[in-house]
Design a protein around this ligand. Structure first.
Ligand code: UD1
Ligand code: CA
Length: 452
């Protein structure tokens, strides 16, 4: 017996006021429906059927999954009709897990509990209690057994008092589901083929229908507009901030903390406000991150300090390094132990050796900097001639005077010194001093121009 998943995502999402299909709107950087597909992969589904109606091309460009089947529901005639679009792909022996495409934060653990509830019954529904159940399908019970779901618009005054509601997520045996779906009618308040009508059909056949519940309410909350989208984004981010805190990070303000990917933190990490982590970001022990830092796919080793307003992308920062404030490490920047990058310094495809420093206003691209070298303020590696990129090598212990241009390809030897303001076009040997600038002339009796 396998598990088939059907994700209902054909609704138009009119209230998003967007040209983007609703289920492609991201939560924490990932389209809602992709999040659901990833979650489903964690519980080991044998097949995943995505029922879509709008923006099929965009969806197929942006969404991926293993064992994913695309099922077009050309007209949205209701949730029952939507599930029917996947019926051909459902084996009779399979259990069918129905999910809704606009409730992106469902957890694998909750789905496992729902599947476990099905083990002791014929069907299982994920339900919750809501203070305000307006608009939702109400759960009708006879003790532990569920006997029907009544949609709000079809419910009596008395049924509307019920606060236990249908989240839209349920597990139903494949053969029964297909049989019940083919018997659905649309003689209800909305003129739709309701999936929820299947429940009364099952109960009439004496089936046992049990409920399971989510750990957190936001797992089953849907997104119909951008206010709800942002509420779920914040709920999700708060939970991620909690994970970081429980793993040993002090988070200055969990409301100003955003992880769009995977963050791992060591112990005694301190993260100031407006932190954004994208992709895979690793922070070692005792790392300190100043306010307003953006970290994208990067590795920050133990004891490193990232000062405020720094941006680090596809780069690695070694132990006890300091970066910023206002630094930018671009792809391929690699800082070795104890090296320092200060304000308004940009590095790309550059290794900064142990203990080396570039403290102010510098661009280092396609460069290797040796141990303990000092790169003066305003140093620029001229790595691009308009067509090709070339390399600069700066030996260990070298000292580059302020405001120098190093025209690549060029090598500055170990312990060499470059005088301030030099334009270096030829390599400098070890321990040489190189000065390459106009000579200073002091002119006596200089008369300033006068106003004409
Ligand atoms: C549905 C349930 C209701 C439940 C609520 C939870 C039915 C009849 N009602 O109501 O009991 O409390 O969800 O949010 O099932 N969809 C399609 N094709 C369609 C219609 C809907 O794919 O023809 C998809 C939507 O994109 C959405 C999901 O099914 O992802 C639910 O549809 P929606 O219109 O939001 O259902 P509700 O009326 O809210
Ligand atoms: Ca809904």
């Amino acid at each position: 017996m396998g598990l088939s998943v059907v994700i209902l995502a054909a609704g138009k999402g009119t209230r998003m006021k967007s040209s983007l299909p609703k289920v492609l709107h991201p939560i924490a950087g990932l389209p809602m429906v992709q999040r659901i597909i990833n979650t489903v992969e964690q519980i080991g589904a044998d097949s995943v059927n995505l029922v879509y109606g709008h923006g099929g091309d965009l969806l197929q460009q942006q969404i991926t999954g293993s064992n994913l089947t695309w099922c077009l529901q050309a007209e949205q005639l209701g949730t029952g009709h939507a599930v029917q679009q996947a019926a051909d792909n459902i084996n009779d022996e399979d259990d069918v897990l129905v999910l809704v495409g606009d409730a992106p934060l469902i957890k694998p653990s909750t789905l496992k509990r729902l599947l476990a509830a099905k083990q002791n019954a014929d069907l299982a529904l994920l339900t919750v209690q809501l203070d305000d159940p307006t608009g939702m399908g109400r759960i009708i019970r006879d003790g532990d057994n569920i006997t029907a779901i009544v949609e709000h618009k079809d419910a009596t005054e008395q049924q509307r008092e019920i606060t236990e509601i249908n989240t839209g997520m349920m597990v139903i045996p494949g053969a029964d589901l297909k049989r019940w779906l083919s018997g659905l009618q649309n003689n209800n308040a909305q003129g739709e083929y309701y999936l929820t009508d299947v429940i009364a059909m099952a109960a009439n056949e004496g089936k046992q229908i049990r409920a399971a519940h989510p750990e957190k309410p936001f797992e089953v909350e849907g997104v119909n507009n951008r206010v709800q989208l942002s509420a779920l984004e914040r709920a999700f981010q708060l939970e991620q901030a909690e994970h970081a805190m429980l793993a040993g990070a002090t988070v200055a303000d969990p409301a100003r903390f955003d992880v769009r990917g995977e963050l791992s933190v060591g112990s005694d990490v301190v993260i100031d406000i407006n932190f954004v982590a994208v992709g895979k970001v690793t922070l070692g022990d005792n790392v300190r991150i100043g306010a307003n830092c953006v970290l994208i796919d990067c590795d920050i080793a133990d004891g490193a300090v990232i000062e405020a307003n720094s941006i680090i992308e596809q780069a690695s920062v070694g132990p006890n390094c300091t970066v910023g404030p206002f630094a930018r490490l671009r792809p391929g920047a690699n800082m070795l132990d104890g090296s320092k990058v200060g304000n308004f310094v940009e590095m790309k495809k550059t290794t900064l050796g142990k203990g080396a420093k570039a403290n102010h206003l510098t661009y280092l691209g396609d460069t290797e900097v040796g141990e303990n070298a000092n790169i003066g303020a305003g140093t620029i590696t001229c790595n691009y001639d308009g067509v090709n990129k070339s390399k600069t090598v700066i030996g260990s212990g070298a000292f580059i005077g302020s405001n120098s241009s190093l025209v690549a390809p060029v090598t500055i030897g170990e312990g060499a010194t470059v005088g301030a303001g030099s334009v270096i076009t030829k390599s400098v040997e070890q321990h040489q001093l190189s000065v390459a600038r106009g000579k200073q002339r002091n002119i006596d009796g200089w008369e300033r121009p006068t106003k004409r």
